[in-house]
Design a protein around this ligand. Structure first.
Ligand SMILES: C[S@@+](CC[C@H](N)C(=O)[O-])C[C@H]1O[C@@H](n2cnc3c(N)ncnc32)[C@H](O)[C@@H]1O
Length: 465
C-alpha cells in the first residue's frame, strides 16, 4: 500500500469514528490518473435526494474550533490560524487524519504558485490582474504573522518561527481554504430573536468559513453536477440531486465560473465551464482606441460636455465584461451595458436632450450608429492583438501539447484559458457584424419602422453615411 492509499484508509476510519454516516453506495476513489487526487464515486445506482453522507456539525473545522482566536479575526484569517494550529499539533490534533489528505504546497496548480514564465502563457488574460499575490502577502503580513509572533505556543510553535515559515504555511492554508472551504450557513436554532421577536439574517455579514471533511472530497464539473450540500440544524448532508449511475463520479457545484476563474481558484481547467467564459476590455484600451483616430468617429467624442455626462452617469469602470455569443442570447447583450452605453454617448450626434438611458436589453440595435460598431470592433481587435498568438495558432499549440501528453499541464491549461477568451472576442466580432447588418436594415426601413412603432419620443435614427 503506498502512502497515498494509506492516508486514504486512515482518513476513512477517522471519518467513521467521527460520526459521519457514509452511504455504502459510494467510495473515496483514487483519481491520480486523472490529475484529480481523490474524488467520490458511486458504487451502485443512486436516486435523486438520496443521502451520500451526513456530517455532524461538530466535526467541521471552523475558527471557533480554536479557543481564544483574536476577536476581530475575519473568516479567512480565523480559519488560516485554526488550520495552522491544528497542523502544528501533529498527530495529537483531532483533525490529523483529515489534514493528512489535504494537498501539500507543491501540489497546487492555482495561479498563486505559477512562475512568471508560466503566467506569461496566459498572455493578455485579465485573470493575471486577479491572482492577488501581493494582497495575500499583505494579508498574511498584517493579520497572521503578528498574531503568531505574539503567542507562538498557542499556534503549536515550540519557538518563534521564522517569517518565511509562517508565510509558506499560511499560503498553503489560504490556498486550501480557497479551493476546499465552505461558507457555513448557521444553524437556524442558534439565531437570536431581536427585541421584537423576529429572527433576521444580516445580509451583509460574512458567513463563517469552515473545512467540511468529505464534502470537500467532491470534485466539480460545469455540466455534470449531480450532488449538493444541504445545511440541517445538526448536520450537513450531501445528497444526490440527479440520478447517479454506478461508476459515475459524484460532483459538486463550484459555481458558474469562467475557465480562467476555475483555474485561478481551483487549479484545473475543464471545457465544461465554457458557457461562462468571458473576455474583458479595459477602459484604458477603449480610450486609446478612441484617441488613436483612424475611425470614423466624430470630433466631439471627448468634448467637455460628453465627458461630464459620462462621469455624471458613473458608468465608467476599469474594465468591462463580454460574455460568450450563443444562439440563446441577443447578440449585442453580450457586451456589458456600461460599455455599450459609454461608447454610444461618445459617438451620438447630436447628443439628444435628455440623453439616452443605459439600456440593459440591447434589443434596440437601431439606436447604435455606424461609428459605435466601428469603435467596438477596433477595441475588440486591439484586445485580440494583445494576446500575441491567434486562436488558430493556439489550436495548433494545444494539439501538439496534447499529442505530447501535456495538455493538462500548466502550459496546456494556460493555452485553454487564453483560447476561451479569444473565442469570446471572436464571438463579439460576429455579434457586431450581425448587429451592424441589422442596424443598416432597420435604418433603410427606418421610416416604416418608426411609423409602425409610433414616434419613439421623436428619437432620431441615424442613417448610414
Ligand atoms: C474541494 S477539492 C476536491 C477534492 C480533491 N480532488 C482532493 O483529492 O483533495 C478541490 C480540488 O479538487 C481538484 N478538482 C476538482 N474538480 C476537478 C476536475 N474536474 N478536474 C481536475 N481536478 C479537479 C482541484 O485540484 C481542486 O482544487
Amino acid at each position: 500500500m503506498d502512502d497515498f492509499t494509506h492516508a486514504t484508509e486512515a482518513y476513512l476510519s477517522w471519518l467513521r469514528a467521527s460520526g459521519i454516516t457514509i452511504s455504502p453506495k459510494i467510495h473515496l476513489a483514487d483519481l491520480r490518473s486523472r490529475n484529480a487526487s481523490r474524488g467520490v464515486v458511486a458504487l451502485s445506482n443512486i436516486a435523486p435526494d438520496e443521502e451520500l453522507f451526513r456530517i455532524p456539525r461538530s466535526i467541521i473545522l471552523t475558527p471557533s474550533s480554536l479557543p481564544s482566536l483574536p476577536a476581530d479575526a475575519d473568516p479567512w484569517t480565523g480559519l488560516i490560524l485554526s488550520l495552522i494550529a491544528a497542523h502544528n499539533a501533529g498527530p495529537a490534533s483531532p483533525w490529523a487524519p483529515y489534514l493528512a489528505v489535504l494537498p501539500p504546497l507543491e501540489a497546487f496548480n492555482t495561479l498563486l504558485f505559477w512562475t512568471e514564465g508560466e503566467l506569461a502563457e496566459l498572455q493578455a488574460s485579465p485573470v493575471l490582474g486577479r491572482i492577488g499575490a501581493a494582497e495575500a502577502r499583505e494579508m498574511i503580513a498584517e493579520r497572521v504573522v503578528p498574531v503568531i509572533e505574539a503567542e507562538p505556543a498557542r499556534y503549536g510553535y515550540a519557538a518563534s518561527p521564522g517569517r518565511d515559515e509562517i508565510f509558506a504555511t499560511a499560503n498553503r492554508f489560504a490556498s486550501i481554504i480557497m479551493a476546499y472551504a465552505f461558507d457555513i450557513e448557521r444553524d437556524p436554532a442558534e439565531r437570536q430573536p431581536d427585541e421584537e421577536g423576529y429572527v433576521t439574517e444580516d445580509e451583509d455579514a460574512e458567513l463563517p468559513k469552515g473545512m467540511v471533511p468529505l464534502a470537500d472530497a467532491l470534485n466539480a464539473d460545469g455540466e455534470r453536477n449531480n450532488a449538493r450540500l444541504f445545511y440541517e440544524p445538526d448536520a450537513l448532508v450531501m445528497k444526490a440531486i440527479k440520478p447517479i449511475p454506478a461508476g459515475e463520479e459524484c460532483l459538486n457545484d463550484y459555481g458558474e465560473l469562467p475557465r480562467a476563474e476555475v483555474l485561478r481558484r481551483y487549479g484545473f481547467v475543464s471545457p465544461t465551464y465554457a458557457a461562462w467564459d468571458v473576455a474583458e476590455v479595459e477602459q484604458s484600451l477603449i480610450d486609446s482606441v478612441l484617441r488613436a483616430g483612424g475611425i470614423d468617429i466624430p470630433f466631439y467624442t471627448f468634448a467637455a460636455e460628453r465627458n461630464a455626462l459620462i462621469n455624471d452617469l458613473e458608468i465608467l469602470d476599469d474594465a468591462y465584461e463580454i460574455t460568450r455569443l450563443t444562439p440563446d442570447v441577443h447578440g449585442l447583450s453580450i457586451f456589458d451595458h456600461a460599455l455599450r452605453h459609454q461608447i454610444l454617448l461618445r459617438v451620438l450626434e447630436p447628443l439628444p436632450n435628455p440623453p439616452p438611458k443605459p439600456s440593459h436589453t440591447a434589443k434596440d440595435t437601431y439606436r447604435y450608429p455606424r461609428a459605435w460598431f466601428a469603435v467596438l470592433e477596433q477595441v475588440i481587435e486591439a484586445k485580440l492583438r494583445q494576446y500575441g498568438t491567434t486562436l488558430f495558432e493556439d489550436r495548433e499549440i494545444l494539439a501538439s501539447l496534447e499529442r505530447a501528453g501535456e495538455g493538462a499541464g500548466r502550459r496546456g491549461m494556460a493555452v485553454q484559458v487564453r483560447m476561451a477568451e479569444k473565442e469570446v472576442l471572436h464571438g463579439a466580432l460576429q455579434a457586431l457584424a450581425l448587429g451592424r447588418r441589422e442596424a443598416a436594415e432597420v435604418d433603410i426601413g427606418g421610416e416604416k419602422r418608426r411609423r409602425e412603432e409610433g414616434e419613439e419620443g421623436g428619437r432620431k435614427v441615424r442613417r448610414e453615411r
